[in-house]
Design a protein around this ligand. Sequence first.
Ligand code: 8OZ
Length: 366
Amino acid sequence: MQATVPSLEDIRPNLFTPVRLGTHQLANRIVMAPLTRNRVGKEGVPQAMNIEYYRQRAGAGLIVTEGSQISPQGQGYPGTPGIHSPEQVAGWRRVTDTVHGQDGRIFLQLWHVGRVSHPSLQPDGALPVAPSAIPAEGEGMTLEGPKPFVTPRALELDEIPGLIGQFSKAAENALRAGFDGVEIHAANGYLLDQFLRDGSNQRTDKYGGSVENRLRLLLEVTDAVSRVWNADRVGVRLSPLNSFNTMTDSSSQATFVTAVESLNHFGLAYLHVVEPDFTGQVTGFDYLRLRNSFMGPYIANGGYDKERADRTLESGAADLVSFGKAFIANPDLTDRFATNGTLNEPDPSTFYGGDERGYIDYPALP
Ligand code: 8OZ
């Protein structure tokens, strides 16, 4: 191998240092975080308005789409897209063609919500499924407004292969829809996270108990998805501290370091980590240790602004940074960061559901 002299930028990268993510060379390290916006039609098929939303944001080095249910059973909110029907695949194909037309890169997020769904969103009004029959506390969102979470049905052991099959099929559909890769949503209190953490997983079979057992489903899903995509086009999202959806773990640091060490052998495109609790707190967790346990690109998420992102990249504590709210309000966030432009303020009242307003009408800089 020929020796190359590293440039200063290799040593001290910032948001505008190109980076390799699996098979993809990205123009910058600014990632659009997956954002649930509840603006897709009832059948979960992306429409013109959704295509325009992603087109506007294609300046990100990488877009990760909003969570997309892998099956009807995986849906937990109104207006979220799916990746299980031919119509959904065709709708997403229009999104990926449009983003690629802007030289953007886009991964689809594969999502199953597990226990936080509601019978009114489930096929035949069934109970949502989960590792254990333990409900989240509070209310979930349904087509008829907020309703108390129900006690889910614990998955039978012999249903697990079918569940993994849902992920495989969805991964195949994402390939057909022209995505550049997929991200497995194992964060924020949804199904895979429910298996990972012991507050929601009290199974006594090989999918519960020890960390190794609680990790098993995530590893089997990652394996199945990697058979479709190759692991170098697969990312995994984790959220060690996020208590959203009533999530707890008696030993977060150990659970998530073990998870990351086990994921290493796949050679994933990246690990994407939601660092704070949804309240914004980041306490009692050593993220540098988690980051150093992972042998691939690390995308940091949660409350970063440009300045902190650059500092984090320079220090080596992350390789890329994803931005959520800033991308909602600033379709041209990359240009604004490049020129140190001022940022539009996001309007939380239009985050979830509604029409074009607060979705595709945030102005770009002239
Ligand atoms: C907010 C509202 C609904 C869903 C997540 C998919 O937290 C979500 C989500 C966030 O990952």
